[in-house]
Design a protein around this ligand. Structure first.
Ligand code: AMP
Length: 398
């Protein structure tokens, strides 16, 4: 079956057409600046030439119309007609407590996604716009919602509750939800396959280190803790997000800088993290690494802070899991930066890990980067959220 995977942001839309039989990508691309002047769409058919077109996209419906016209184009398209597309899988950021797994979308599901929108005000409404646009343009094609939060719903109360007055949980469902769940689920399942073990026999720590970064502890194939919280702001230091901090800092900055809470929250999300620590050198680890190696103090500060936070979480999750069998690195930094991986692994040798320096030079492939005699194994496992969404979609619509 051919499955269209859609990941809608507020002004962007990523898409992939996947053949679920071969699990290969048939075509993929990106629509940017939807609803903003200067729209641009890219389309890359597998084995063909990548195309880019500047075109205004006043809304997501127009963007999806364009995606469909590229996919069905007589010369460069990859399907003869829309009827070849058997299902659409949508990434939905927040499923609240209601969704513990992927579901077929119907009116009730859409209403439930809308109900938890105030937990992800930037993402869920955009995700729903994508669903509605696809429904309008592809009537009768089943749609599936795959939630970023679902995998983490197995966390026990001790891990997901904040130590706030309990009534805030009862009234407003304020708790840890966690994100990047599709990636954590994919990587923790894949490492079991790689090791030839049952998920039930493994204690795994997954480090999803990208522009957004989160870490999870997985036992018996189930998430028992993760670093992101009510929103993606908590946990690791990220590209532009601060991660963990003392909540009192918010009011303190408000007073000192004469800013509103919303303005400070914007700073915590968009101007902090390694970008903030590096004093503006950048949020991209390639720039930071270069800076570090050239003796730039900001680059050094950012990378060392980032590494230290990851190490701290690995230690905490090794304790939470009561031991760990395997640690996996994934996402942009985790898959590509041997430099950052080395700095992390060098600081967790208390777990009986020795880095295989040759293997650690590789980028973007499944590989063990610990020596065979290491007590805890360390792997790079490239994530594939689109494939995971396509798999869930097919499993539900078949
Ligand atoms: P993601 O959010 O998973 O797409 O990761 C994006 C981030 O990965 C970028 O912002 C970079 O910081 C990082 N990245 C990508 N390629 C490399 C590389 N070769 N070396 C270091 N960092 C990289």
């Amino acid at each position: 079956m051919k499955v269209l995977v859609i990941n809608c942001g507020s002004s962007s839309l990523k898409y992939q057409l996947i053949d679920s039989d071969t699990e290969g990508v048939i075509a993929k691309g990106l629509c940017e600046r939807i609803g903003i002047d200067g729209g641009i769409i890219s389309y890359a058919p597998e084995g063909g030439e990548k195309e880019e077109q500047q075109i205004e996209m006043p809304d997501h419906k127009k963007a999806i119309e364009l995606v469909i016209s590229y996919l069905t184009n007589e010369k460069t398209g990859v399907v003869k007609s829309l009827s070849e597309i058997g299902a659409v899988g949508h990434r939905i950021v927040h499923g609240g407590e209601k969704f513990t797994q992927s579901v077929i979308i119907n009116d009730e599901v859409k209403k439930a996604i809308e109900e938890v929108s105030d937990l992800a005000p930037l993402h869920n409404p955009a995700n729903l716009i994508g669903v509605n646009a696809c429904e309008a343009l592809m009537p009768g094609v089943p749609m599936v919602a795959v939630f970023d939060t679902a995998f983490h719903q197995t966390m026990p109360e001790e891990a997901y509750l904040y130590a706030l007055p309990y009534e805030y949980y009862e009234k407003y469902r304020i708790r840890r939800y966690g994100f990047h769940g599709t990636s954590h689920a994919y990587v923790s399942a894949r490492i079991a396959e790689i090791l030839g073990k049952k998920k039930e026999d493994l204690k795994t720590i997954v480090c999803h280190l990208g522009n957004g970064a989160s870490i999870s502890a997985v036992r018996n194939g189930k998430c028992i803790d993760t670093s992101m919280g009510l929103t993606p702001l908590e946990g690791l230091i990220m590209g532009t997000r601060s991660g963990d901090l003392d909540a009192s800092i918010v009011e303190y900055i408000c007073k000192k800088e004469n800013l509103s809470v919303a303005e400070v929250e914007n700073i915590l999300n968009k101007k902090s993290g390694v970008l903030g620590l590096s004093a503006g050198l950048g949020s991209d680890f390639r720039d930071l690494e270069k800076g570090y190696n050239e003796g730039n103090a900001g680059g050094k500060r950012a990378i060392e802070g980032f590494v230290y936070r990851v190490v701290k979480y690995i230690g905490a999750y090794a304790a939470a899991l009561d031991g760990v069998d395997v640690i996996c690195f994934t996402a942009g930094v985790g898959e590509n930066s041997g430099f950052v991986r080395q700095k992390i692994v060098d600081r967790i040798d208390f777990l009986g890990i020795t880095l295989d320096e040759e293997a650690n030079k590789k980028r973007g492939e499944e590989i063990r980067i610990s020596t065979p005699d290491s007590r805890v194994q360390v792997y790079v496992v490239p994530t594939n959220e689109e494939l995971a969404i396509a798999r869930d979609t097919v499993a539900l619509v078949k």
